[in-house]
Design a binder for this molecule. Structure first.
Ligand code: ADP
Length: 502
């Protein structure tokens, strides 16, 4: 992962700008909508008042007002009773249309609102529609009832509103002659209101909205950038720590592998030395043994008691040294020899081991039992024979003084391998010595109690490990010990004569 950089910063600021922009736009749009709604309400109110008044006037067939210069007789009103005199004073009839015009003129004198009556078929030409009104009147004929639009004007934008006027019964008094029927679109009442009327209220809210959003954006973007800067710092610190850790691990790994190599090399050297030394010691030892026997044979009778005793120690020592050297040689051979892997029958291996142990079995009166049939395993036959021989040999050697030895060899499957167990009814291994006894030269008894070199189990362990397995000892269910080791199961897929180190 890379350190979050300038791109992330720009992205975050961009995101906040987009969010603030969208929110501001939404709020301003709502304010525009409010303005529009207020304009519609006000225009509708004006129109309702005028319409009602017109209807009232129409219902009464018009009303008489004093004829003055400001209110001259309506030249467009065809009515024989248009002008009358009451108490010698001239009165003239005001029909709805004339009334609307006069009211509109009064309203228009103010600045906030303008109102007019319009029709596509006006009796008075001045009531003809402008383009905008004309389009609306055409739409009214198609069914529309009212229309509101924001349009541009010389003194600024303003709302234009027009409401449909339908012919009602009282209207026919004047308009039946034009061919109108009840329900026809007679025209419209048109109202204009400057936008400023509403923005005077909404503009402060607009400014406030923009300010709040601007401030919000600055704060959030600033906070994000500060957070990003801190994140970058922590990130870099973390990266540095990780790099340091990786370097240390790499160094340790190198050191460890060098130490491993060194260990393997010195092990190999040691094995080589043990092999050479043991090998070279065999010959002089044989000579010592042979000459000790010769001396005993030829000069034995001439020696006194002490002499014969010393000679006995000499032969005995030479014999034990021979055993030690043989075992050491065997131990070093396990590590050195190329192991030929093959699918082998544990049954056959055990038979061979028992043949080698024939004398000990006979001497100890031991019984060796097995689960039949023992399985096929994959391994190096001579090594596995040696392994079984060492374990069974120990079972015979470390027998209980009061019981004839009984050894059982069994096997149980565990995934890709077999667990082979050699159990005995001997003296057992104390719990605290169960790991130690697999180390070379580790013995739990004196030579006089039980002879031995302390190499047998080390050889066994080495053989098992060369097969990729483990070896351990447990206490037997009825005393004694159970030595168990794992060995790969024979694989029908693997060529039975494959060569190689396990
Ligand atoms: P050695 O038998 O030559 O002493 P091993 O390496 O074969 O050497 O055994 C190491 C020690 O483990 C023995 O000295 C003995 O104390 C103990 N041991 C091995 N096998 C058994 C066994 N079957 N029962 C009890 N003790 C055992």
């Amino acid at each position: 992962m890379r350190v979050p950089g300038i791109k992330v910063g720009v992205g975050m600021v961009g995101l906040w700008a987009a969010i603030a922009g969208l929110s501001a736009w939404h709020n301003l749009d709502m304010l525009n909508d409010q303005d529009r709604q207020a304009a519609l309400t006000r225009a509708r109110m004006v129109v309702t008042v005028i319409q009602t008044t017109r209807l009232w006037t129409a219902k009464h067939g018009g009303v008489y007002v004093p004829a003055t210069e400001a209110t001259p007789p309506n030249q467009w009103l065809v009515d024989p009773q248009r002008d009358v005199e009451i108490n010698g004073r001239p009165f003239t009839k005001i029909n709805p249309s004339y009334m609307t015009r006069q009211v509109a003129e009064m309203i228009n004198a103010g600045e906030q609102l303008s109102l007019r009556l319009t029709s596509r078929r006006p009796i008075r030409p001045g009531n003809a529609p402008d383009d905008w009104e004309d389009r609306a009147l055409i739409e009214f004929e198609a069914g529309l009832a009212e229309k509101l639009e924001l349009v541009a004007g010389g003194t600024g934008p303003f709302y234009r509103y027009i409401s449909r006027m339908l012919v009602e019964e009282p209207c026919l008094k004047c308009h039946a002659a034009q061919g109108y029927q009840v329900g026809d679109v007679r025209g419209g009442l048109s109202v204009s209101i400057p936008l400023a009327e509403f923005t005077v209220v909404s503009d402060p809210i607009r400014r406030q909205t923009l300010l709040v959003h601007g401030l919000g954006f600055v704060l959030l973007a600033g906070a994000s950038l500060i957070f990003l800067a801190r994140l970058q710092r922590s990130w870099l610190r973390l990266e540095a720590a990780r790099a340091l850790q990786e370097r240390m691990v790499a160094e340790r790994t190198t050191e460890l592998s060098a130490a491993n190599d060194e260990l393997a090399r010195s092990n190999a050297e040691l094995e080589h030395f043990a092999y050479i030394a043991s090998h070279d010691l065999q010959e002089p030892l044989r000579m010592i043994g042979a000459y000790a026997q010769l001396v005993e044979k030829r000069y034995g009778p001439a020696l006194d008691q002490d002499g014969r005793e010393f000679l006995g120690y000499l032969s005995d020592g030479a014999g034990r040294m021979k055993n030690l050297i043989d075992d050491l040689l065997a131990y070093s051979r396990v590590g050195r020899a190329e192991a030929a892997l093959a699918d082998v029958s544990l049954e056959d291996l055990l038979d061979n081991a028992l043949i080698n142990l024939d004398a000990s079995i006979a001497e100890s009166g031991a019984t060796v039992v097995r689960t039949t049939p023992l399985p096929q395993v994959r391994g190096a036959a001579p090594l596995l024979v040696r392994l079984l021989q060492n374990l069974i040999g120990n079972a015979l050697k470390y027998r209980s003084p009061d019981l004839p030895p009984r050894v059982a060899v069994t096997a149980g499957r565990a995934g890709p391998e077999w667990v082979v167990s050699v159990s005995d009814n001997g003296i057992g291994v104390p719990a605290d010595a169960r790991e130690r006894i697999f180390q070379i030269f580790q013995r739990l008894h004196t030579k006089s109690a039980y002879p031995g070199t302390g190499i047998g189990l080390a050889i066994a362990k080495k053989i098992v490990e060369r097969h990729g397995g483990r070896i351990w000892v447990e206490e037997g269910p009825a005393g004694g010990s159970v030595f168990r080791f794992t060995v790969p199961a024979a694989s029908p897929d693997v060529a039975s004569t494959q060569q190689g180190r396990p």
